[in-house]
Write a protein that binds this ligand. Structure first.
Ligand SMILES: Cc1cc2nc3c(=O)[nH]c(=O)nc-3n(C[C@H](O)[C@H](O)[C@H](O)COP(=O)(O)O)c2cc1C
Length: 171
């Protein structure tokens, strides 16, 4: 798939087929995640790939932002200890958030390229996830990404136009 087509064609998918995602596809998607840029190449991220139906059900209980029944949920976490050790307060408080955002977009674009739908979800109980997966204090879940073969692909929500949000300087 052409990069620009992938960028424009990806949609937040909230209804999924009852179909598993092959392991090789998931490995490819997670490889795309680790090839994201990160400030000072700190890579202060961890990803928990949840494929088990029972765990997905548990996550859904405290995640009002999840719609449909995804085949997989990726829990995108910041490693606050690593971010601080490598990039001080700036890394811990700001850069690591930017880094996981980029990794998340890579996950969603790579999924789209493989015909797999995704949706970023922030509306979930962070402390409940931490408890459920027994995460250490410094590993902070920031975003869930639901994955699955799309049942329905939504129409593209309206974008603010380029002329509305871009100021061209020195042209
Ligand atoms: C940081 C972030 C958090 C989001 N949280 C949710 C969420 O909790 N539930 C949900 O259904 N969609 C969520 N979304 C998806 C947005 O609603 C969606 O990206 C937006 O409406 C644009 O639609 P599109 O992704 O199809 O282009 C989130 C997206 C981002 C980037």
């Amino acid at each position: 798939m052409k990069t620009f087509d992938a960028i424009k064609g990806r949609r937040s998918v909230r209804s999924y087929q009852d179909r598993k995602i092959p392991k090789e596809q998931l490995e490819k998607i997670m490889e795309a995640a680790i090839w994201s840029p990160s400030a000072s190449n700190a890579q202060a991220w961890e990803f928990i790939v949840v494929e088990n139906d029972a765990d997905i059900k548990k996550i859904k209980i405290f995640s009002p932002g999840i719609f449909g029944n995804p085949a997989v949920i990726v829990i995108v976490c910041r490693d606050l200890k690593r971010a601080y050790e490598l990039c001080d307060e700036l890394g811990r408080d700001t850069l690591s958030l930017m880094d996981i955002s980029m990794a998340s977009q890579n996950i969603m674009l790579a999924s789209h390229d493989l015909g797999i739908g995704s949706c970023a979800v922030r509306s979930f109980g962070i402390s409940a996830i931490k408890r459920l997966f027994d995460l250490p204090e410094h590993i902070n879940p920031e975003l869930l990404i639901t994955l699955g073969y799309p049942e329905k692909i939504p129409k593209p929500p309206r974008r603010r136009g380029v002329s509305e949000v871009v100021r061209w300087h020195n042209r």
